[in-house]
Write a protein that binds this ligand. Sequence first.
Ligand code: ATP
Ligand code: MG
Length: 245
Amino acid sequence: MLKVEDIGVRYGSTQAVRSASFEVRAGEITALVGSNGAGKTTTLKAIVGLASLSKGTVFLDGKALRRPVPERLVRRGIVLVPEGRQIFVTMTVEENLRLAELAAPKGKAQEGRWTRDDVYERFASLARRRTTSAGALSGGEQQQLAIARALVANPRLILLDEPSFGLAPQLVDQLFVHLGELRDSGTAILLVEQNALRAIDLADRAYVMSQGTVRRHAGGDHDRVKEELINAYLGPAERQEADGV
Ligand SMILES: Nc1ncnc2c1ncn2[C@@H]1O[C@H](COP(=O)(O)OP(=O)(O)OP(=O)(O)O)[C@@H](O)[C@H]1O
Ligand SMILES: [Mg+2]
């Protein structure tokens, strides 16, 4: 579905992404894990056009995305839930969800589609706070609303940047269950998570990002990915040796 081919992103003199290559397949959860500052968020931003590429190409359904624009990608069923919730704080929970529904791709089969009711069924605290303005929700509730907004937009691919951030452990458990359900209902997920081992265990395919680099490999081999993850958390000296830099 999505293929990222040797992309790079610079912020001035900072090379935030040096070379990232990986793929996201339909019907799968793909995890992208790695230490702080590795370039994960920047990679997600680059995919939807919120950061510009200094090199490389992103392919969607086999076609190069020439100039990605976030709104246009939403219409094509690709939604990013950014790090740090981006919800409309002056609108109520219900209004936030309604607005997100408007962005849903047109003409997609209704079956398997997430409705507001589905969201309320699964996120009880959102149901209780339907008419509350989003700015008055707790941090964890805002995080749930951000995810719920993406779900009612009915994406075929959802890019999640640390969705468990700020959630109480019990809600993290629920979130991981929801993500599994979402995948099983046919939505592909690209998951960036600090809960790295948990994300890898849930994922069908996993990649480790280290110092701006993601290498394509047999992403289904979880033991190998975990080994790579441990290496990525080792000091730079060991890593450079391993990289042959
Ligand atoms: N807007 C920006 N301007 C300048 N540098 C940036 C910007 N955003 C990120 N960077 C830098 O790019 C690098 C990668 O950052 P990024 O946010 O992609 O990392 P990350 O893997 O998502 O980290 P974390 O796990 O902490 O969220 C970091 O060195 C960061 O300081
Ligand atoms: Mg990040």
